[in-house]
Design a protein around this ligand. Structure first.
Ligand SMILES: [Ca+2]
Ligand SMILES: [Ca+2]
Length: 284
């Protein structure tokens, strides 16, 4: 009887504990497929999801996840991956619309809602001249709640489109020895840069909150993410510390209509330790 009760309890507790890995703000919700929807395909929506476990920037780590930016090429606005030490902690949020729940309307006016100190990677699907966007979808590195950027990546294509009804594989790598950020999208390096994050951004604090933000404006798209794996290493030994499968509900396949964008393979050469890829049943 006790065994049956324990099993029943586990059945109840496990799904709750997997869902509770994230603090969900505003319109963010858990989806039945195990992913977290940041915005529905509705105008003027904003959703934010923070993992409850902070990252330590003294450790080497990689975060690997899928993102979905919708199925309407004319949709909006995009998703950001964010790391921050904003004083609002797990309640921090930025402005809606072109600011993607991360930044602010104008870089010159540090007013209103924006997340800072922070860094972010934006997946921008809508042209906004005030943020210096190219007229097509793009990826860009951002800091301290400013969406305005002078550099971007769009695979040297003017028809680059992220709202293609596909899951896109995104990987964020932090190497504290080199003080280097490397960002991959569908196997390609889309950003690489050196920055003393602890000193120059996070005011000496190596512990940062991390998660995803997204919003819509007049135009919209459904936008969600599915976190697959966090890999962390101790330095300087580069001993593997932990490989944490953090996909909320392992074993639940992605929507049948969605396929992966398989544009390339990851550059694994820079990894100090080779880690076998985490197998997600029902996913390729
Ligand atoms: Ca587009
Ligand atoms: Ca934009």
């Amino acid at each position: 009887m006790r065994t049956i009760l324990c099993c029943l309890l586990l059945c109840i507790v496990l799904p709750i504990s997997s869902y509770s890995q994230y603090v969900l703000l505003e319109d963010a919700i858990n989806l039945d497929n195990g992913c977290i929807q940041l915005t529905p395909d509705e105008p003027y929506s904003r959703g934010i999801a923070y993992n409850r476990t902070r990252l330590n920037l003294n450790q080497y780590f990689e975060i690997d996840f899928d993102i979905y930016l919708g199925n309407k090429e004319e949709g909006a606005d995009g998703i950001t991956f964010v790391m921050h030490n904003d004083h609002r902690e797990f309640r921090a949020m930025g402005t809606w619309g072109e600011c993607m729940g991360y930044g602010r309307w104008r870089r010159e006016y540090p007013t209103g809602n924006f997340i800072s100190p922070s860094i972010a990677v934006e997946f921008d699907t809508y042209y906004n001249y005030t943020q210096n966007d190219p007229d097509h979808d793009h990826v860009a590195y951002l800091e301290n709640g400013t969406n305005y950027h002078t550099k971007y990546w769009s695979d040297n294509r003017t028809d680059f489109d992220l709202e293609d009804n596909k899951l896109h594989d995104f990987r964020f790598r932090w190497d504290p020895e080199k003080q280097q950020i490397t960002v991959f999208l569908d196997g390609k390096i889309v950003y690489q840069g050196k920055r003393n994050l602890i000193k120059d951004i996070f005011e000496g604090n190596p512990e940062v909150i991390w998660g995803f933000t997204a919003s819509t404006g007049r135009a919209s798209n459904q936008q969600f993410f599915c976190l697959k794996r966090i890999t962390r290493y101790n330095l300087p030994s580069k001993e593997l510390k932990a490989v944490t499968p953090v996909f909320p509900r392992l074993g639940i396949p992605a929507p049948a209509t969605l396929t992966h964008n398989k544009a390339g393979t990851h550059d694994e050469a820079a990894l100090p330790v080779t880690v076998a890829p985490l197998h997600l049943p029902g996913r390729q």
